[in-house]
Design a protein around this ligand. Structure first.
Ligand SMILES: *Cc1c(COP(=O)(O)O)cnc(C)c1O
Length: 236
């Protein structure tokens, strides 16, 4: 319960740091959205974060998200899927989420488009880039990004918004190295826009331990879990 009470305070502190960092970097703080990553957290904790001013939430597992969506139907929340996508879950994701940020194959793109219900707006998408080409991580390799983006923009029920990445370097790393890593994603988005004549506007990068360098490198969407909710407890 202690955590529940502190969630609002933590959101307030993170927002202050976002504003400070943006201002120092001559960026408009309103161009940076805060997505609360709620995997491993309870519906009550999400309710508290919503009361603290957050309406976008990220989940990694369909089974877990489903239960919380049902409990929180009374709130106007926008759900982002940020986990690994199994093809047998693609239809459910297309039906229940506003965004999928972890797309990295043509096959899943096609399934998401085919199963997006007609009465809903197009599904917002980010392509997940495996920046450091780690075998343990999903995501499209940088050199395969442009053909995948070209394919996705042709599908009818999808709206490609930008790129997402989880760089290899984590907590304790030098901020300058983290910054360089994020800057590579920013450059990839520019390449993509230039090569394909697009105006993609979303750079989903920056987590609890590295969101400051992510903002400095151009992030427009921070995905923050533990710094808002504390350690993950349930489900996982
Ligand atoms: C879990 C997760 C996050 C949040 O991580 P924290 O370190 O808790 O902020 C962000 N993005 C993705 C893709 C995740 O899986």
């Amino acid at each position: 319960m202690e955590t529940l009470r502190t969630i609002k305070k933590r959101i307030h502190q993170i927002k202050e740091l976002v504003v400070q960092t943006a201002v120092l970097d001559h960026r408009d703080p309103d161009s940076i959205q805060l997505l609360a990553v709620s995997k491993g957290q309870t519906a009550e904790a999400i309710r508290e974060a919503h009361a603290g001013g957050i309406s976008q939430f990220g989940e990694n597992y369909w089974q877990e998200a489903q239960g919380k969506m049902a409990l929180l139907k009374d709130l106007d929340l926008h759900w982002h899927f940020i986990g690994a996508i199994q093809s047998n879950k693609a239809a459910l994701l297309a039906q229940h989420f506003s965004w999928v940020q972890s797309l990295s194959t043509k096959k899943i793109a096609e399934l998401l488009s085919r199963h997006r219900p007609e009465h809903l707006p197009p599904l917002n998408l980010c392509l997940q880039v495996n920046l450091d080409e780690e075998s343990s991580k999903s995501g499209v390799k940088p050199q395969d990004l442009i053909p995948l983006a070209a394919y996705v923009t042709e599908l009818p029920h999808l709206k490609l918004r930008g790129l997402m990445a989880i760089p290899q370097m984590r907590a304790g790393d030098d901020e300058a190295l983290q910054y360089d890593s994020f800057l590579r994603l920013t450059k990839l988005l520019e390449d993509c826009n230039q090569s394909l004549g697009l105006t993609l506007d979303t750079l989903s990068m920056g987590m609890s331990d590295d969101f400051v360098p992510a903002i400095r490198a151009g992030s427009t969407m921070l995905r923050i879990g533990r710094a808002i909710f504390g350690e993950r407890r349930v489900y996982t």
